[in-house]
Design a protein around this ligand. Structure first.
Ligand SMILES: [Cu+2]
Length: 279
């Protein structure tokens, strides 16, 4: 990536533009078909069925009247919950193939989410009071992250990207004998060591703040491996800094240590993924 950047900036730029255009087009098609599908699935009458599929509530918004029955059918391969933002209801874990229903008694719209998957969101809209705040606009509105369930997955991406790339960059530097790769590796190792304590802190915040739905065995390994990684990354960054100071190429023993740390990170990521998306 670094090499092609200075070798062929112009063609790289054109290529990126093309990729961006294709991605935008694909996103637009996906959004349109999702919207049409959600419309088709909207039930009528006083019994509403919301299907949970592919980590989504379908339809994400259901218009109900007080007294209507709402049923959530879990057709997904993971367990989910239906949890009201205002605390008025909580289904507990609904296993795949099971459903949960309740009588809607509120007179105001209720937004809900899934506890293990906070990105899964839905709204029950009360008939006649649908407005801009509760309508389609609300689903697309961006709001800054506030909960550890939002912070942790965001921060994880930085660690997950920086550390393997630092390792790869050093390997490429040795293969192609280019110093720029080694410089890039040092900076990425440093950023990983700085950001990972924040990732771990957000993880602990999540655990201590209602992490009781997380599978006990997985979370125990995940939390301690995560905490240990903070120390490992700092050791790695210090070691990498000493190599950088003499402007040298990293030794095989450093690269071996870095490879072990990367493998630990991959395992850690798989544990996190299993908790977020099921087995
Ligand atoms: Cu879920």
């Amino acid at each position: 990536m670094i090499a092609c950047h200075d070798l062929a900036f112009h063609s790289g730029h054109r290529y990126r533009c093309k990729v961006r255009r294709i991605m935008l087009r694909a996103a637009a098609v996906a959004l349109l078909s999702a919207m049409c599908w959600a419309q088709d699935a909207r039930p009528g009458g006083t019994n509403h069925v919301i299907v949970i599929e592919r980590l989504q509530f379908n339809p994400p918004q259901t218009t109900v009247k007080p007294g209507d029955t709402v049923e959530w059918k879990n057709d997904d391969i993971f367990s989910h919950t239906v949890t009201a933002e205002n605390g008025s209801f909580d289904s507990g874990l609904i296993d795949p193939g099971h459903s949960w229903q309740m009588r809607f008694t509120d007179t105001r719209a209720v937004a809900y989410h899934c506890r293990p998957h906070p990105n899964m969101k839905g709204t029950l809209i009360v008939q006649g009071v649908e407005n801009a705040a509760q309508g389609n606009g609300a689903m697309l509105k961006w709001s800054p992250p506030r909960t550890p369930q939002e912070f942790h997955p965001i921060l994880v991406n930085f660690t997950a990207a920086l550390l393997p790339l630092a390792f790869l960059s050093d390997v490429l530097g040795r293969i192609f004998r280019r110093h720029s790769f080694h410089h890039a590796a040092w900076w990425m190792a440093l950023y990983a060591a700085v950001i990972t304590p924040l990732t771990a802190a957000a993880g602990w915040w999540w655990k201590l703040n209602g992490g009781s739905d997380l599978p006990a065995k997985l979370i125990t390994v995940h939390q301690w491996l995560g905490t240990a990684s903070v120390g490992l990354f700092v050791i790695l960054a210090i070691w990498r800094w000493r190599i950088q100071k003499r402007d040298g190429a990293p030794s095989i023993s450093y690269l071996t240590f870095a490879a072990i740390v990367v493998l630990a990170l991959v395992y850690q990521g798989s544990l996190g993924g299993r908790m977020a998306f099921g087995n």
